[in-house]
Design a protein around this ligand. Sequence first.
Ligand code: GDP
Ligand code: MG
Length: 231
Amino acid sequence: MFHLASSLYDRFSRREQYNILILGLDNAGKTSLLEHLKLVYPGPGEKKKPGERDTTQILKSKRILPTVGQNVTTIRYSTQSQPRHAVNLKFWDLGGQRSLRNMWARYYSSCHGIIFIIDSTDTERFQECYDTLVDVTRHQSWRDEAGGPGPGHDSVNVPILMMANKQDLPAAVDLVSLKTGYFIDLVSELDASDSKLLPVSVLENQGIRESLDWLVSRIVYNKTNRLPEYR
Ligand code: GDP
Ligand code: MG
């Protein structure tokens, strides 16, 4: 009885926590996104929000080095439609160089959602980007967990937010062209699972809030399949 009461207490007094992987090729903007989140959102224990800052200037003046290990940060977040329901989001920025990508799969079983960042100006690597995302979604570990292949169980079972980043640059390919051109097969394939491709500029703080709102609402919706942690 005591155990039941204390676990119920834990459940209601602690906050739900979700793990989100930030994936994508190197130079897509993964670490910039993480740095942006750190600047804008409070940590789990922080009372006050730092408020909207001019993250553009701060990010531009930072020298962000290619990620070798992993960068992790946890923020407190509530969507604009549910401002009273705050959750903790723990973001993992894993290195995107080819040699580091095979590490990603280790994190699949404990993640609740994926952000896949695309550099919308890097047309030369769109194919590589496409192949990389397909590899993620078709990875064996999603299947193992679902108890073997079968209808509805042969693919990724967490929401995927694809961010078409660097939309501030003139050379950026716009969303419609991405959806109907380079990424058309992927978009239609992923349509069956929970995914969305949205335009953003991490550097100019455009589209980030909207895309995170989408991701968080889908992650919370999926919480009976992927139970949150409580912190
Ligand atoms: P990562 O390798 O995926 O972690 O990418 P980084 O975060 O290190 O960013 C790679 C480069 O892209 C850096 O020079 C960033 O300043 C730049 N970058 C990231 N996001 C944007 C963006 O939205 N717009 C522009 N113009 N540059 C960006
Ligand atoms: Mg990086």
